[in-house]
Structures are given as structure tokens and as C-alpha cells.
Design a protein around this ligand. Structure first.
Ligand code: NAI
Length: 530
């Protein structure tokens, strides 16, 4: 589209980068509109990145309050020796206060961080589009609204993109750069460079619900309430298991309480709606009930957990039983003997060397370490005695708390003996009810599958999906990288077992995963056509 710029009276094609726009320019000016939680963080990192900043908020005095706040944060960084006094002063001096949208229009890039309402954002962008020269980039920090919709009323939607920062901005290095349907490539390229100048680590994605990070996060936040709903484990048990061997920093329920169920639940609903009711992203009625009842988490003193003086009330696990079984037999597996070997060593150290026969002796505890299968199906397929058969999740190693799974057929004395044996070296054990993929296997398999679907839908590159999950969600590995570590074939098998058991489309494996398993390729392998 050919436009005439008002100030320079030059003619250029604004789908291409204007000659006069240089994201690396020393005097690049960034305007930030809305100086609340996010806006003030963006102002800080832009100023520390050497750019001039215009901070503006419609609330009179709010931008100045934000600048004072940033001054205190910088002073704290000087005290800790992280920033020199001269750099802190120079950063603060680069922050100017805007008094109107006209002031913001003088910037090279305008970043919006106002209230998350489409109608309000649309009118702001329409106004900015009228005020700003077409070479000025307009970016939104929206976390859940389509960038394409935000720019819908603009005459120049090609200069509108998304720049999604994470809270707290100065701490969280990640920024998602989003191209809407009409965003010109020079705009997303420039936003990526500007993000780097702010000392952020940018990832790029297309305009898709939840972008990368909130999309990947769906698996953790929806699969675990499912596990809870079925009575497989309690929410503190699920949190314990997932923060153990799999290595999550925070359990899904503690995380939901920390974010606030009043914030997290609407995001769940919005992403589910925007994906036209994709079964894998369906919010859970148990979470809905807490949202409806005002049990929002830490901030209300009750959510999934109760809080006393701001601290989570967390009951400790009951002491492990002491009486070991008379003998133990482990189902021999050819597919993952390497994962089972440490369990046999553990039992031997506890004084009970596993039997070596083809079948368990009479009265022996039978231990399975199946991957994907629920225990009931395994007992049925292998014609085992349900009263004395248990299973242990070994996929992520034996760091505690260990997961011991039983069926309704179990003899309680055998269950307790298995618990005693598994806890003999002092590690915690969580006893759960039957589930295809225990707790950890199905949670991680779902994360890998969502990551594969994001790749399959061409929302972002495999590398950016993995980076987004690690930096934005603090996962130990990105979804695709994690799938490759576990083995893509194992992930596919877990999903197939979940799918076969529940007959629920939420577990259908991603085509990305299936193809790479069949071709023997890593999950990080891009598609071939382009
Ligand atoms: P906030 O409520 O802390 O701050 C919003 C600020 O915008 C307020 O100071 C308000 O006075 C100002 N404002 C509202 N309407 C305005 C307008 N029309 N013109 C100028 N200023 C206006 O909100 P917060 O949390 O900073 O969120 C801002 C945006 O960032 C939202 O789009 C949100 O979805 C997004 N976001 C929020 C994250 C968070 O964790 N809080 C994380 C990532 C994105």
C-alpha cells in the first residue's frame, strides 16, 4: 500500500521497512502506554537497554509514580552491585513522561500495556494509527487477545504487532513477538531486535490463541485437575509427584494458587473458546467451582490450598509402613530394562533381592513398571493376581517422591508392604489409584503433545517452542526436547494408551509426533516442504 507520510512527505510502501526506521538507532524512542504492573517493567527494560522512553498513562500522575518506582528498583540494583550508579542514573534520565497520546506519537515504537479489553485496545490503536506516522510501529502487550483483532480498525494494520512480555518484566527474559495476519515482516523483525536491545530473549510466533507460552501451559493446567477429578491422587500428592523426579519447579495446583484462579481460569476459558472447544484445552469443573466461590489462591487465603499468614498449609505425608513383603518379583521388560534396573538395585539394598524366575512365587509381591498402560489393563493382559500386583513409575528415575500405583483389587497388606519396600531408603512414596500413565507420564506426554501440535500448526519454530516453555514456564525442558529425551515412541505410546482407555479425543496424538516416530526422527525436526 502506498502512503504519504505527514511529516516527511515521502512516499513509501509501508509493507516494507521504511528506510528511515532503524531499530538499532542509538536515539530510538519507545513510548509505553499504560504504566501499571507490566508497563512500568517495559519502561525499565527499555531505558536500561539504552532507548529513550516516553511513559504515559491515562490516569493523571500514574506515569510519574511508575518512574519513581523504577528509580527505587534501580537504586536497589545499585546497592546489590548489579548496576553502576552512573548507569542507573542514565537509565532513569532516559525516561520522559508523556501527557497525551500526541506525545506518544513522537516515538518510533509505541508499546501498549493497558487494560485487557478488546474494545478499549481497538479504539486506542485506531487513535494511535491516526496520530502516528505510518513508519511508527505499534505493538500490544496483550496476553490473550488476537493481535489481528486489535489492529482491525487501523488503516495501517501492517505496522501493528504483538510484543508479549512476562511478569515481572525485568526478571523474565522471554518476550513473544507476534505477527498478526496483516503484520509486515519488517515489523516483527524490528520488534525482535528491539526486544534484544531490552536484554530480552525473543521468540516469534503467529497470531494464535495463547501464542506459545500460554498455549503450552494448557497441558499442565488441564490434565492435572482431570487426574484429581478421577480420584487418582489428591492435589498435594500430584504437586509432590511433579516437583519430584520430573523436575517441575511448582506443582500445577500451587502454581494456580500463586497466579490466582481469578486470573488463570478466564485464560483457560478464553483459550478453549478461541480454539473452538478443542477437547485437550477444556477447563475443568473443579477449577470453575473455585473461581465461582472466590477461592482464588494465595491472595484470598484459600484456593486449592489454605494459607495461613500468607504461607501454604501443607500436610506432611503419613509415615511409611515398615513391614516388607516376604518376596518380590519384577515383571521383566525388554523395552525399558534400563529404567527398571535401578528399582531392582533399590530392592536388593533394602534386603529383598527380586526373584529371577519366569513367574512370581506364591505370595510374592508382583511389581510392574509399565509405561502408558494402566495397571488394570496390564493385570488383565498378563493374567496376574490383582491382589498382589502393584506398579511403580520409573520413567523419570527414582528420585522421590516415588509413585506406587494400585488397582481396586489390591490386598491392603500387599499395598503397604510394597510401600514399605519402596520407602526403605527413606524416600517419600505417594500411593495413587490406577491411571494410564500414572501422574507424571501422562502430564509430560500431554505437554509434549501440545508442543507437537504447536509445531504442526506452524505457530512457532521447534526451537522457539522449547525456549518459550523453558523461559516462560520454567519447565526443565522444552516440550519437543523433553519428548526426545524420553523417547518420542514412548510418548506416542502413552498417548495411545490414554486414548484407548478413555476414548477421549483430548488424548489424540499429534500428527507431528506420529510422523517423527514412524520416520525415526527427533521431534525438533522441522517439516520438509519449506
Ligand atoms: P494494570 O492494571 O496493572 O495496568 C494497566 C494500566 O493501564 C493502568 O495504570 C491504567 O491506568 C492504564 N490504562 C488503562 N486504560 C488506559 C488507556 N486507555 N490509556 C492509557 N492508559 C490506560 O495491568 P497489567 O497487569 O499491567 O496489564 C496490562 C496489559 O498487559 C494487559 O493487556 C495484560 O493482559 C497484559 N499482560 C499482563 C500480565 C500480568 O501478569 N499482569 C502478563 C503479560 C501481559
Amino acid at each position: 500500500m502506498l502512503v504519504t507520510t505527514s511529516s516527511l512527505n515521502l512516499v513509501f510502501n509501508c509493507s516494507e521497512r521504511p528506510m528511515s526506521f532503524d531499530p538499532t538507532a542509538k536515539d530510538l524512542t519507545v513510548a509505553v502506554i499504560g504504566t501499571g504492573t507490566m508497563g512500568r517493567g517495559i519502561v525499565q527494560v527499555a531505558a536500561q537497554g539504552g532507548m529513550r522512553v516516553i511513559a504515559y498513562d491515562e490516569k493523571p500522575g500514574a506515569a510519574m509514580v511508575a518512574k519513581d518506582y523504577i528509580g527505587k528498583i534501580l537504586a536497589g540494583l545499585v546497592d546489590k552491585g548489579r548496576v553502576t550508579a552512573a548507569d542507573a542514573k542514565a537509565s532513569l534520565d532516559r525516561i520522559g513522561i508523556g501527557h497525551s497520546l500526541e506525545d506518544c506519537a513522537k516515538a518510533d515504537v509505541v508499546i501498549e500495556a493497558i487494560v485487557e479489553r478488546l474494545d478499549i485496545k481497538q479504539s486506542l490503536f485506531q487513535r494511535l494509527d491516526q496520530l502516528c506516522d505510518p513508519k511508527v510501529i505499534l505493538a500490544s502487550n496483550t496476553s490473550s487477545l488476537p493481535v489481528t483483532a486489535i489492529s482491525a480498525k487501523c488503516a495501517h494494520p501492517e505496522r501493528v504487532g504483538g510484543m508479549h512480555f512476562f511478569n515481572p518484566v525485568p526478571v523474565m527474559k522471554l518476550v513473544e513477538v507476534i505477527g498478526g495476519l496483516k503484520t509486515a515482516p519488517w515489523v516483527t523483525d524490528a520488534l525482535t531486535q528491539i526486544g534484544r536491545r531490552m536484554n530480552r530473549d525473543p521468540v516469534m510466533c503467529i497470531d494464535s490463541p495463547g501464542f506459545i507460552v500460554n498455549h503450552v501451559g494448557r497441558a499442565y493446567q488441564t490434565e492435572n485437575p482431570r487426574i484429581l477429578t478421577e480420584g487418582i491422587a489428591t492435589h498435594p500428592e500430584i504437586d509432590r509427584i511433579l516437583t519430584g523426579a520430573p523436575g517441575f519447579k511448582l506443582g500445577p495446583f500451587a502454581l494456580a494458587d500463586m497466579v490466582g484462579i481469578d486470573v488463570g481460569f478466564p485464560v483457560m476459558e478464553s483459550i478453549y473458546e478461541q480454539f473452538q472447544h478443542e477437547p485437550a484445552y477444556a477447563p475443568n469443573p473443579l477449577t470453575a467451582l473455585r473461581a465461582a466461590g472466590g477461592l482464588y489462591g494465595q491472595k484470598t487465603g484459600a484456593g486449592w490450598y489454605d494459607y495461613k499468614d500468607g504461607k501454604r498449609v501443607d500436610a506432611s505425608l503419613p509415615p511409611a509402613p515398615k513391614k516388607l513383603p516376604q518376596s518380590v518379583w519384577i515383571w521383566p521388560s525388554t523395552s525399558h530394562a534400563d529404567l527398571i534396573a535401578p528399582l531392582a538395585e533399590l530392592f536388593t539394598k533394602a534386603g529383598l533381592t527380586p526373584e529371577t524366575g519366569d513367574k512370581p512365587s506364591d505370595g510374592a509381591l508382583v511389581v510392574l513398571c509399565q509405561i502408558g498402560y494402566d495397571l488394570t489393563t496390564a493385570i488383565d493382559d498378563l493374567k496376574l493376581d490383582g491382589k498382589r500386583t502393584v506398579s511403580v513409575d520409573v520413567l523419570f528415575g527414582l528420585k522421590g517422591p516415588r509413585t506406587l500405583m494400585v488397582t481396586p483389587a489390591i490386598d491392603p497388606a500387599m499395598r503397604d508392604a510394597a510401600h514399605a519396600l519402596l520407602a526403605a531408603d527413606g524416600q517419600d512414596v505417594v500411593v495413587i489409584n490406577d491411571s494410564p500413565g500414572y501422574v507424571a507420564q501422562r502430564t509430560v506426554a500431554m505437554i509434549v503433545n501440545v508442543g507437537c501440535n504447536i509445531a504442526q500448526r506452524q505457530i512457532a519454530s521447534p526451537a522457539d517452542i522449547d525456549k518459550g516453555a523453558k523461559l516462560g514456564l520454567g519447565y526443565p525442558f522444552g516440550p519437543l526436547e523433553w519428548g526426545d529425551r524420553i523417547g518420542p515412541g514412548r510418548v506416542l505410546f502413552i498417548l495411545e494408551r490414554l486414548h484407548a482407555f478413555y476414548l477421549d479425543p483430548r488424548y489424540k496424538p499429534s500428527p507431528w509426533l506420529k510422523r517423527r516416530v514412524m520416520l525415526g526422527l527427533p521431534l525438533t525436526t522441522p517439516d520438509g516442504a519449506h
